[in-house]
Ligand binder design. Structure first.
Ligand code: 13P
Ligand code: SF4
Length: 352
């Protein structure tokens, strides 16, 4: 749908009134009507770095989801205010690991006498208190751009990794990038006593994967890959590492949203690509590269419903409120959580 011209004009005017006091960050999964107002677009890693690198911006409007805005608040100074245009823009994957559940898991590892051999690594897609948990227990954050380096770092610190909350990113990275076997991985189910695992299973595992997943990327199946290969001879299958292991194994290329964009930029004209990631980005890529055949890996519609909550009316409301001196939907993380989450984020940002 084309953006409402009146709203476009209002967003443009509000941005103009705010000038350099405002910086707008936009994740690649955002709608076109929103992304056109982003000063910078990127994957979670790039956006975290961009937020940290803007000390002059009084207001950071984060067009993305809640955990991203929290990370921006953690990485910016107390004087800066981070705004999420719609507070309902959460992430179902991040919600799959609560602080209490993770504490319970750690207690189970302590009872098994294993906790001091385990390094907790959390995917960026987690709440600030899970990041802080990792900071307190000698762990770090990772994103889909640096999961391999984060795991290599973790295995220099300890023998085992507790990987939160995306089992697929953890498994895909461990097996396909670090050369582990599927038997090195176990899945901890927070809804079962002791995660549904025996002491022996925990003892033998190198990767303890949290039972979480992305509801968007979880929809791609191995059959989708077979189907697209049958329909489009010579197609390159390019997927995000949040997809299931069997999908990633069948794909030709796997990487973060930033990687997916770069791969298409470098692709020769006339080549065909089936992309397994969120639909707003795939549609945008098809428009950006008309000389290449870009298709969606699934045959059904697959937007991230929470990313899509940030729409132009919410953005206009947030920008006009700020321009009028009213800070709405500010995301704030308490000082203790900020301190420990920053420890975990800084360990990630310091990775070579
Ligand atoms: P990246 O942009 O870091 O690849 O993450 C994808 C995602 O699901 C964000 O929610
Ligand atoms: Fe969360 Fe998946 Fe949406 Fe990303 S795409 S915000 S991981 S639900």
């Amino acid at each position: 749908l084309a953006s409402d011209p009146a709203l476009v004009e209002r967003a443009r005017k509000a941005k103009e009134r705010l000038g350099d006091r405002l910086f707008v960050l936009g994740h690649h999964y955002q709608r076109d009507e929103v992304i056109q107002f982003a000063d910078v677009t990127g994957d979670s890693f790039k956006l975290a770095r961009e937020a940290a690198a803007r000390p002059e911006a009084e207001y950071i409007v984060f067009c993305g989801v809640h955990f991203m805005a929290e990370s921006a608040d953690i990485l910016t100074s107390d004087a800066q205010k981070v705004v999420l245009p719609d507070m309902a823009a959460g992430c179902s994957m991040a919600d799959m690991a609560t602080f209490d559940q993770v504490e319970e898991c750690w207690d189970a590892l302590e009872d098994a006498g294993l906790a001091d051999r385990v390094v907790p690594i959390t995917y960026m897609n987690s709440s600030a208190d899970i990041k802080a948990f990792c900071g307190r227990h000698g762990g770090a954050v990772c994103t889909s751009s640096n999961a391999r380096r984060a795991l290599e770092w973790a295995f220099e610190q300890g023998e085992k990794v507790l990987f939160l909350p995306d089992q697929h990113l953890g498994r895909n990275t461990a097996v396909l990038e670090l050369g582990m076997s599927l038997d090195d991985c176990v899945v901890y189910n927070p809804h079962r006593p002791n995660g549904g695992l025996t002491r022996e299973q925990l003892e033998n595992a190198r990767m303890i994967l949290w039972k979480g997943h992305c509801s968007v990327h979880g929809r791609f199946t191995a059959e989708c890959v077979d189907d697209v290969r049958a329909r489009i001879p010579g197609v390159n299958v390019l997927v995000h590492p949040e997809c299931r292991h069997e999908v990633v194994t069948k794909a030709d290329f796997v990487g973060s949203t930033e990687y997916i964009i770069r791969k298409l930029q470098e692709a020769p004209a006339g080549s065909s690509w089936a992309i397994g990631t969120e639909l707003n980005l795939v549609k945008r890529l098809a428009g950006m590269f008309p000389d290449k055949d870009v298709t969606f890996l699934d045959r059904t519609v697959c937007y991230c419903s929470t990313m899509n909550r940030i729409d132009l009316p919410h953005l206009v409301w947030a920008l006009e409120s700020l321009a009028d001196g009213e800070v709405v939907n500010q995301i704030t993380v308490d000082p203790d959580t900020t301190h420990w989450a920053k420890v975990a984020l800084d360990r990630m940002l310091a990775l070579p």
